[in-house]
Design a binder for this molecule. Structure first.
Ligand code: ADP
Length: 362
């Protein structure tokens, strides 16, 4: 359906130098494929999507869509946009139109559909994305997740052959990410051809037929979700997919900002969509901090989250300590420890060259 050969995109800086974002992109995308484009920020993922539907026309190479060269001088861009929809991070709804009018607008004005037919199709699409109840309200009264679902319905109203999603959940409050992803999952199941720039690793692994890992202006690795996430061939891919998010707190004096740490842990949990874990993390800290401080060893608390395994943990590292440190003579310790274990799934104890670490899997 889409063939890309030696695609390049360069920007010209004011000082006359050029900055090549897309260096040499080559790929083939078949009908019904769901391709997630992942990779570090700034590696050209959005630029690639925007090049595909000519929002940011490329500066070199070829794009064939259904066999037609869309970079040919006379190729009608509006025709391409009819066939290839795009969903943006920032929704881009028409704020002065109701939800229903947003979805009907292009079919009526561009496809010249009759109003009645357009209205009933728009309502059916709104029902599909769970937004029919809001048909008559203005977008300003909707949450981010609802706006994005309307934006998807608006895109579907043009009956596109493929849809490009540019970080569709990045601007959303974490509680709303799920509702948008489930609409996208449904579309994928129905066989829609989709290219999705996303940071949602689990979603990418579950719904995609293929993953493009972009790095430094190239598709650095292209493979099935199993290959990219479980057996990446290249080291940059491996480093990216196995990365672990973490935040570390060195609790070195009594003057340590405990409230600041609590706020940071809450924020961390919200950011990685594990808000349900923050209560147990904070209870563990409140329970074990006095016990750890009592030992006199320097303490480091670390919260980690692996996007791929979706495992969150909180660990307490006592520098220069060993397993005996937390046993006698601190009689209260064992009681506290048992209570703490009840707050997590399991614990892992480890003695390292730095000291003794107890990790609570949240
Ligand atoms: P990603 O989506 O992977 O985070 P982008 O495609 O958004 O990356 O951007 C890749 C690089 O191109 C970035 O360094 C960005 O600053 C640069 N870039 C994007 N758009 C422009 C532009 N209009 N002018 C100059 N540089 C740009």
């Amino acid at each position: 359906m889409i063939t890309v050969k030696h695609l390049q995109k360069a920007y010209h800086n004011p000082d006359g130098s050029t900055f090549t974002v897309l260096k040499d992109i080559n790929c083939e995308i078949g009908p019904g494929e769901v391709i997630s484009i992942i990779g570090p920020s700034g590696t050209g993922k959005s630029t690639f999507l925007r090049a595909l539907n000519l929002l940011d026309p490329p500066t070199g190479g070829e794009i064939l869509f259904g066999g037609e060269n869309i970079l040919a001088r006379k190729y009608p861009v509006h025709k391409l946009r009819l066939r290839m929809g795009m969903v943006f991070q920032s929704f881009n709804l028409f704020e002065h139109m109701t939800v229903l009018e947003n979805v009907m607008y292009a079919p009526v004005t561009i496809l010249k559909k009759g109003k009645d037919a357009a209205r009933s199709e728009a309502l059916a699409l709104l029902r599909k994305v769970g937004m029919a109840e809001k048909a008559d309200v203005l977008p300003s009264s909707l949450s981010g997740g609802q706006k994005q679902r309307v934006a998807i319905a608006r895109c579907l109203a043009m009956n596109p052959e493929a849809i490009l999603f540019d970080e569709p959940t990045s601007a959303l409050d974490p509680t709303m990410v799920g509702e948008v992803l489930s609409v996208m999952r449904q579309l994928a199941k129905e066989g829609m051809t989709m290219l999705i720039v996303t940071h949602e690793m689990k979603f990418a692994r579950d719904v995609s037929t293929r993953i493009f890992f972009m790095y430094d202006g190239y598709i650095h690795e292209d493979g099935t979700p199993d290959q990219i996430f479980n057996n990446p061939r290249r080291s940059a891919t491996k480093a990216f997919v196995q990365r672990i998010r973490k935040e570390v707190f060195e609790v070195d004096t009594d003057n340590f900002d405990f409230l600041g740490m609590e706020t940071s842990i809450n924020r961390f949990c919200i950011k990685y969509n594990i808000a349900g874990k923050s209560d147990s993390a904070l209870s563990l800290i409140r329970m074990l901090l006095p016990v750890c401080m009592e030992t006199g060893h320097r303490l480091t608390i670390r919260i980690t989250y692996s996007e791929l395994s979706e495992e969150a943990s909180l660990d307490f590292m006592l520098e220069g300590a060993d397993p005996s440190t937390l046993q006698a003579p601190y009689t209260s310790t064992r009681v506290e420890w048992k209570k703490a274990e009840a707050l997590c799934q399991r614990t892992v104890e480890e003695t390292t060259s730095r000291g003794y670490r107890v990790k609570f899997i949240l």
